[in-house]
Design a protein around this ligand. Sequence first.
Ligand code: NDP
Length: 243
Amino acid sequence: MNKKTVLVTGSSRGIGRAIALAFAKEHYNVVINCVKNKDRLQALCQEIEALGAECLPFVGDVSQMNVVTDLFNAIKNRFGHLDVLINNAGISKIGLLSDMTGEEWNEIVNTNLSSVFYCCHEAIPQMLQTHNGKILNISSVWGNVGASCEVAYSATKGGINGFTKALAKELAPSNIQVNAIACGAIDTEMNQFLDEEERNALIEEIPSCRLGRPEEVAHLTLQICTQNNYLTGQIITLDGGWI
Ligand code: NDP
């Protein structure tokens, strides 16, 4: 039997990197992607290959539809077919909505939300052919409840939650499951803007008394995408009891 192939967008570091490694350990072909950190993507590719899995690194901005088309052409040429799509690439912007420019709004919406549409739009026809597939979107607790000073970010993640529930209904008859993980505070570079005092104050709010680890998100992702064909349309919160 041919090996399965997974695409993890935004996987040079943080949550995406941990997810890519988790699938590599299960001997999937792994397609990794980032927009800036080419060297880190190459290093991850070597790490994945050392685990005995095949890896395709693709540097490109998934907020642009034509780039996503190129990405899927590269996947087709190398592996033929995509089985699992992990929409993980994302950016955050902290500040008052009234201070946000139109350019900044478009950047975060295109990166966090439109990229999910572009990747699904390319992946679904392939998955329909085999009557099989998993789509997992990395969302945030701010998509569930909203955060002050992260209005645009919350809107993109709330958009992902609605997108997930609706697409799950559309694709369930075709045996394609669509779910999302709403992450709480996970210890990655995305949270490096916090100074020590702010980080400690945040930890005090979390009943589990710590930030989550990227590996914990990866573990849940693997469970959702490999073990259950009846779980679909769910936004699963992983936040240590925080929100
Ligand atoms: P990081 O900032 O550590 O990593 C972000 C990744 O996304 C990098 O690989 C980055 O690539 C890539 N990326 C950013 N923009 C693009 C783009 N336009 N095209 C392709 N790749 C891109 O973030 P996290 O690992 O923390 O976050 C991953 C996901 O998890 C995001 O969707 C985020 O919103 C979500 N999340 C994170 C939480 C947290 O507390 N960390 C909480 C809730 C949700 P490059 O290295 O080239 O910049």
